[in-house]
Design a protein around this ligand. Structure first.
Ligand code: ZN
Ligand code: ZN
Length: 354
């Protein structure tokens, strides 16, 4: 093992205060646990929310944030030795695998779930000790990829994958994704990989334009448009791609009241609405539209670990591209990265490299 001076963790001690660099928070793994040498950890909007005090971490403070972790297992507790040397992805939510929800295949809503960087220490560090359950082995990577690049799968790819599978998106479906920064951009790619005709809606061309090369059949910048104009424009897209006005599958990924109102207004006969983004704000909608249109709406939270191999395969097969949508920065520069993140305009997701 490396000398401890080369191992460190960034600890969040207080809301709104700079992270504190400490020697190493990772302990020797107990039974059922592994010690992971981190290759890369994604910086998520959720982390910024914790840091700003918008949302408290479930474990309280201090805590090491970071829940999009890829790395190599370098030590393991009793029973998990077979992981040593493996390159792995840590699920953003680690279910208990024993409760009724876990047994029903819905571990993403396990009430005993552990989220790194929220319930337990996470990946803003060189090393982290975590439960081995739910780990996904990373196979041979495509050209140009390194292990660190894969970390964003843990949240940004698996979350929309779960929603797209639950909506039964198949060949020829007409899909609308509302809000295409981060998660929504991958929703576009995953739905397109499933054979759907996908239209991407956002208020920022920087989010929309790259998607024309990665899954979007069309884009629509909705800034300044009212719902009637948006609906008309989306119908035009549907018509130009030979899709009708029924059976649309709509994914709300913006997590904003405006996005939610837009998404709901697009719901028509036999439509499906998936709520993937989160906001505390409320919207006023006519719920009876669901009845009148024989439509369905559901919420999608995270992704159970058993779907991770499929998410990894989408990337290794080249169906979902990560590299145009991420940028890598040194983990050592995390405080400066966080400073810049608040006023940042780079639409790419940040991966921290120890
Ligand atoms: Zn996240
Ligand atoms: Zn459980």
């Amino acid at each position: 093992m490396e000398p401890s001076s080369q191992r460190y963790s960034w600890r969040m001690v207080e809301v709104g205060q700079p992270l504190e660099r400490i020697d190493d928070a990772a302990r020797e793994p107990d039974a059922g646990e592994v010690l992971i040498e981190i290759a890369g950890c994604g910086l998520c909007h959720t982390d910024l929310g914790f840091l700003d005090g918008d949302v408290p971490t479930k474990a309280g403070l201090p805590i090491i944030l970071g829940h999009e972790i890829a790395g190599t297992v370098v030590a393991a507790g009793p029973g998990e030795e077979h992981w040593i040397g493996a390159e792995v992805l840590v699920p953003a939510v680690i279910p208990c695998q024993e409760c009724a929800m876990c047994r029903a295949g819905r571990g993403n809503v396990c009430t005993s779930q552990l989220m790194p960087g929220n319930d337990i220490d996470g990946g803003f560090a060189t090393h982290v000790t975590l439960p081995a359950r739910g780990l996904a082995a990373v196979p041979a990577l495509p050209d140009g990829y390194e292990l660190a690049d894969m970390c964003v799968i843990a949240d940004a790819v698996t979350t929309p994958l779960q929603a797209v599978r639950r909506a039964n998106v198949t060949e020829g479906d007409f899909v609308v994704v509302v809000g295409t920064g981060g998660v929504g951009g991958y929703a576009v790619q995953v739905a397109a990989a499933s054979g759907a005709i996908v239209i991407a809606l956002d208020i920022d061309d920087a989010h929309l334009t790259p998607l024309l090369d990665h899954g979007a059949a069309g884009t629509l910048n909705v800034r300044g448009l009212d719902t009637r104009a948006i609906r008309g424009a989306v119908r035009d897209h549907a018509a130009s791609h030979g899709a009708g006005n029924t059976g649309w599958k709509i994914f709300e990924c913006s997590g904003t009241p405006q996005g939610q109102e837009t998404a709901y207004s697009l719901l028509g006969s036999a439509g499906t609405l998936a709520i993937v983004g989160f906001t505390m704000e409320k919207v006023t909608i006519r719920l009876s539209n669901l009845m009148a249109f024989d439509a369905a709406a559901f919420g999608s939270w995270g992704c159970p670990p058993q779907r991770y191999p499929e998410a990894i395969e989408l990337v290794t097969s080249g169906k979902v591209a990560l590299l145009p949508f991420t940028r890598k920065v040194p983990m050592a520069d995390l405080p400066q990265v966080l400073e810049a993140a608040h006023g940042g305009s780079d639409p790419r997701r940040t991966i921290l490299i120890p």
